[in-house]
Write a protein that binds this ligand. Structure first.
Ligand code: ACM
Length: 549
């Protein structure tokens, strides 16, 4: 009897599994029923829980834009025939847990918090047809889900190439549609300063524009010979932060220091160790316009002219951060810290004297001093810093979170030092890498097809159970040297963001490439339906290989 029950149980499970809807990221559990619920002109969005207006408005807006159906949002109505949004206490350590019950007569989405309801809506939307001409029938089901990691990030560099407010909002939508919750906004670079700082108007008047941009690969084959740039006003930033918050996405701004700061130096040369020296660039770089004095960079790479650790600079940075803090409610500020060459500090009498005075070991000690001073200031304002893994060199600032990008080593070391960690190792998480061996547009290099992204496991080997808890999650990075337009950004983002979402959201034991691949086919249809420019590299036979970590 036991055996028969077991067989029947497995059969039921198999049927449920076989009919599992094509939701990405894969939910923890989902049992499919027999019939359908139809969303039609009579359906209402009913708020049983208070404070659920944001998810309700999102659902209303999506249905209106994509299906031309306008559902009213009402309170205290009957659930019959309607979509009910409510709360339900769910045991979960990470916010975002939710349940969905779809019967023939109602849909109920219950979240442990408002974000949970929002994520439930994201699953619901994936059950809808990808066409305007079909009835909005969704299968009866019972679904229970919660995220694996608290930090589910996607980054965008707007320094190398600038993208409009509208595109930034679209990018935030892409993040939200995949149940990611962090947008790491890389706002300052050698090639452009993109955030209005009222106390230092030259940062945008000068630093937001370059006289030209290389074409072809670094160091450049030719130059566009066209002035290029742009920046976000503080009002625009407030609007974007609100837009993100309405979609349960937190924005972490990055203000790069002490390296990758040529644009700031062009605006305020006293920030350099050598204010009178002209900007250097590779001999082979075709340059447009003046070569005298400090210039915003026109090519990519790493530059020796970095911020001088003087009182002038610290005062400047504190004033910049005073304004940044007002704009971004996140508890985190990313302060960069990567790829800061030490050559200028080595030949600067001021820096050498400072190293002696402060009893520092060398220039790495100076970098650590720099970061620790900034951390102290930001901590005093109630903010925590995140830095790229170079901030480990010369000694980690006491409360810093480390973003591990040069492989997993920095993350492992930081976790062992009891610091919080975000994993973003290049091999799996750099979306500027090509995704097909047959790539016909320029990319920075590297080969990270969707299979590779999917194979990523954010908890690295070699950590104790306690140390593993220091891994907050992971993030994919979008560096835009070779992304001159939004179609290219979308092409590099999609469909890899689908794999990222499953890496960060779904249970480790629920991850299965073959099963993901099946659900991905429907996701491609959805991407088409949403008008997204996604890469077709997945269909390239050369990529039909299984890559494991
Ligand atoms: C980095 O990719 N330089 C953090």
């Amino acid at each position: 009897m036991k055996k028969i029950l077991l067989v029947l149980g497995s059969l039921a499970f198999f049927i449920a599994e076989a009919q599992m809807p094509d939701i990405i990221p894969k939910p923890n559990s989902c049992i499919i029923g027999k019939g359908y619920f139809s969303i039609n002109e009579q359906t209402k969005i009913v708020l049983w829980g208070t404070g659920l207006e944001k998810p309700a408005l999102f659902l209303q807006d999506y249905l209106s834009k994509m299906y031309y159906i306008q559902l009213p949002i009402v309170k205290h109505n009957s659930g019959k025939g309607n979509i009910v949004l409510n709360y339900h206490k769910i045991e979960a350590t990470i916010p975002g847990a939710h349940e969905i019950e779809i019967t023939g007569s109602s849909v109920t989405i219950s979240g442990d918090n408002a974000a949970g309801v929002f994520y439930g809506i994201q699953s619901l939307l994936q059950l809808l047809p990808h066409s305007k001409n079909q009835a909005l029938d969704i299968p009866q089901l019972s679904l229970s889900d919660q995220p694996r990691f608290a930090y589910r990030g996607m980054h965008l560099d707007v320094g190398r190439h600038f993208f409009s407010v509208d595109f930034i909002k679209k990018y935030i939508d892409f993040i939200a549609l995949h149940k990611l919750n962090i947008f790491h906004w890389h706002l300052t670079e050698d090639q452009g300063w993109r955030i209005e700082i009222k106390k230092y108007p030259n940062l945008t008047a000068i630093g937001a524009f370059r006289n030209g941009t290389i074409t072809g690969k670094y160091p450049g084959e030719s130059n566009t010979n066209t002035r290029y740039g742009g920046f976000y006003t503080q009002n625009q930033i407030k609007e974007i932060v609100q837009y993100a918050s309405d979609r349960f996405v937190e924005i972490i701004p990055e203000i790069e220091l002490p390296g990758h700061a040529s644009a700031a130096i062009a605006a305020y040369p006293e920030l350099s160790c050598f204010p009178k020296e002209s900007t250097q660039y590779p001999d082979k770089t075709p340059w447009n316009g003046s070569k005298e004095g400090k210039q915003v960079q026109q090519t990519w790479g790493i530059f020796e002219d970095v911020l001088v650790p003087s009182e002038y600079t610290f005062n400047f940075l504190e004033n910049v951060f005073n304004e940044v803090i007002q704009l971004f409610p996140s508890k985190y500020i990313h302060i960069g810290g990567d790829e800061c060459p030490k050559a200028s500090w080595k030949r600067s009498d001021f820096c050498q004297q400072l190293i002696k005075e402060k009893g520092l070991k060398d220039e790495h000690g100076l970098q650590s001093y720099f970061i620790q001073r900034i951390e102290k200031y930001l901590n005093s304002k109630g903010k925590q810093i995140i830095g790229w893994d170079e901030i480990l060199e010369g000694g980690l600032a006491p409360n810093a979170t480390v973003m591990s990008w040069r492989g997993e080593k920095g993350g492992i070391e930081a976790a062992k030092q009891n610091h919080a960690v975000i994993m973003t190792p290049g091999e799996w998480m750099y979306f500027d890498h090509k995704q097909t061996k047959n790539e016909d547009s320029i990319t920075i290099g590297g080969f990270t097809p969707i299979q590779k992204v999917y194979s990523y496991e954010p908890i690295p080997n070699g950590l104790s159970a306690e140390e593993e808890k220091k891994i907050l999650g992971a993030q994919a990075n979008m560096w835009t040297e070779y992304m001159t337009n939004t179609a290219k950004v979308e092409y590099m983002l999609f469909p890899r963001i689908s794999a990222l979402s499953e890496v960060l959201w779904s249970k480790k034991e629920n991850k299965n490439w073959g099963d993901f691949e099946k659900r991905l086919q429907n996701q491609f249809k959805r991407y088409n339906w949403l008008g997204i420019h996604f890469s077709k590299a997945y269909f390239d036979p050369i990529n039909q290989i299984t890559l494991s970590k």
